[in-house]
Design a protein around this ligand. Sequence first.
Ligand code: MG
Length: 263
Amino acid sequence: MNKNILNKTNFMKKIILIGALAILICQKGYAQQKANPKDTEVWTPVPKQINFNPVPDDAIILFNGNNLDQWKSVKDGSEAKWTVKGDIFTVKKGTGNIETKKKFTNYQLHIEWQIPANISGSGQARGNSGIFLGSTEGGGDAGYELQLLDSYKNSTYSNGQAGSLYKQAIPLVNASKKPGEWQYYDVVWTAPVFNDNGNINSPARVTVFHNGVLIQNNLELKGETLYIGAPFYRKHGALSIKLQDHGDPSEPISFRNIWIREL
Ligand code: MG
């Protein structure tokens, strides 16, 4: 075969291939045009209408300014002894941690807190408290701690500053406000799931907004918070939410407007 005939044959092959492709693309487009948009509409279930008055009306109020009836002392189960004044309550140093009477699994939590304007101390001894997203067996500080601390111009280890999952995860940014200003966390907590033999099936996950800023993004926890050593899981069911009376000598911090939505 001479060179000219060979070139012509290759050219024809290319034309046929392009033609075949064009036909395929046209057919696909036509098939899409024929499909009904209603085929991909889903009408049930219908999401429940939620109103704000002033919190979502499907939320459980954990503190609304009147009393600590939703809380108890971790130490002995007696009534929570922290100080309620106006629409806020304040850690009463030395009385120990308090926790919710009700237990939760997966939830959305809103909690507002204030480091006092006259806060003293430094590092971990400056407005230290904590929100245990699940309070596990062993009392005290057992559980999964979202750290609460004055981290406005207060240096400490990064995985122990405000917004850290204590000694497990550094916050993405530091969204702390000045002492004296009210701050808040919005938390989405997915509880860990355990196998019958106690082994972890799916770890806990948490997303946290600090003053509206994303600081923990669907973080997978390695286990319960530990002060010393590597975290690990222990099997549990639904858990209380616990607030920490840390015991550092700085001025006590306050809370207000706490609500939770079970998911
Ligand atoms: Mg703490």
